[in-house]
Design a binder for this molecule. Structure first.
Ligand SMILES: C[S@@+](CC[C@H](N)C(=O)[O-])C[C@H]1O[C@@H](n2cnc3c(N)ncnc32)[C@H](O)[C@@H]1O
Length: 270
C-alpha cells in the first residue's frame, strides 16, 4: 500500500467529510446512482473512506445483498464500521484492505465501486485488472476521478505549494489513464472491461470563511500538501492562499467553489 497516501487519510479520518461541506457526499451519491446497484447484489467498495459511496450502495442492495467495504487507513475503517453499526446495516462489512490488490477469490462480486481512489494508487492498471478478477463475468465496475478544479481552489493550492521545501512536491506520475475519456476507455479495455460509459458531475461546496475552507483542506487529500509545508512556514503559506480563495466569495458572503468529477462505468467481458 502507498504509506504516504494512506497515512494522510488515516490522520484525516476523524474530520474527513465531517466539516459541514457538501463534497464527498454528493459525489458518492452520483457514483452510486451510476453504478446501479440492485437488491441482492454483492458489492466491493474499495477506498471506502467514511462511506460516501458505501452507504447509498448498501441501501440499494437491500434486501438480500451485501457490501464489503475496504480502506487502507485503519482509522477510516474503525469510524466507518461504527457508523454502519449505528445505522443497523448488518449486511455491510468494513475491513482494512489494499485498494490495488483486493484479496478476495475470483468472481466474488457483482459490482466493484471505487470513489475517488484509483488515481491515488501506485499502479492503477494493476488495480483495474484486480477488479476484473474479483468480479463475476458480466459484473460491473464504477469508479470516479476528479475533473477540472475550481480556478480559485487551484490558485490557492498553487499559493500553498510555493511554500514547499525544495523537492517537496509529489513525484510525477508516469502516465495518466484519466487524462481523457479515451485514455480511460483504453485502460479499462486492456484490463478486460467493455461497454465503457463516462458521465460528468459537479457540485458546489460552500465555506463560511477562509478558516472553514482551511479546516476542510486538512480533512481530505489536500492535507498531504499542507503537511509537507514546514510548520513554521504555514502562517505565511495560508496568508498567501487566503486572498486566492477569497476570490470565490459570493454575494451572500460565503465562499463557493465548484468541483467536477467524471464517473466511469464498465462491464467485465464474459
Ligand atoms: C479521496 S478518499 C475517497 C473515499 C470515499 N470513497 C469517498 O468517496 O469519500 C480516498 C480513500 O482511499 C483510501 N486509500 C488510498 N490509497 C489506498 C490504498 N492503496 N488501499 C486502500 N485504500 C486506499 C484512503 O485511505 C481514503 O480513505
Amino acid at each position: 500500500m502507498t504509506d504516504d497516501v494512506v497515512g494522510t487519510f488515516d490522520e484525516a479520518a476523524g474530520t474527513y467529510d465531517r466539516v459541514g461541506v457538501d463534497f464527498f457526499g454528493p459525489f458518492g451519491a452520483a457514483l452510486a446512482r451510476r453504478a446501479g446497484p440492485r437488491p441482492g447484489e454483492r458489492v466491493l467498495d474499495v477506498g471506502c473512506g467514511r462511506g460516501a459511496v458505501l452507504f447509498p450502495v448498501a441501501r440499494a442492495v437491500a434486501p438480500g445483498g451485501h457490501v464489503t467495504a475496504t480502506d487502507g487507513a485503519p482509522s477510516m475503517v474503525d469510524l466507518t464500521r461504527a457508523e454502519a453499526a449505528r445505522l443497523g446495516l448488518d449486511h455491510v462489512t468494513v475491513e482494512v484492505g489494499d485498494a490495488q490488490a483486493p484479496a478476495y477469490p475470483a468472481g466474488s462480486f457483482d459490482l466493484v465501486t471505487a470513489g475517488l481512489v484509483v488515481f491515488l494508487l501506485p499502479d492503477p492498471h494493476a488495480a483495474l485488472r484486480a477488479y476484473a478478477r474479483v468480479l463475476r463475468p458480466g459484473g460491473r465496475l464504477a469508479l470516479s476521478t476528479f475533473g477540472p478544479q475550481d480556478p480559485h481552489f487551484s490558485a490557492a493550492m498553487r499559493a500553498l505549494a510555493q511554500h514547499l521545501p525544495p523537492g517537496g512536491g509529489p513525484p510525477p506520475k508516469p502516465d495518466d489513464m484519466f487524462a481523457s475519456a479515451e485514455a480511460t476507455t483504453a485502460a479499462l479495455t486492456a484490463a478486460g472491461f467493455g461497454g465503457v460509459t463516462h458521465t460528468d458531475h459537479s457540485t458546489v461546496s460552500r465555506f463560511r470563511d477562509e478558516e472553514h475552507w482551511l479546516a476542510w483542506c486538512w480533512s481530505h487529500g489536500a492535507r498531504a500538501l499542507l503537511s509537507r509545508i514546514p510548520p513554521d512556514g504555514l502562517p505565511a503559506a495560508t496568508a498567501d492562499a487566503f486572498p486566492e480563495i477569497r476570490g470565490a466569495r459570493t454575494d451572500d458572503g460565503d465562499l463557493a467553489i465548484t468541483t467536477a468529477i467524471r464517473v466511469h462505468v464498465a462491464t467485465v467481458a464474459g
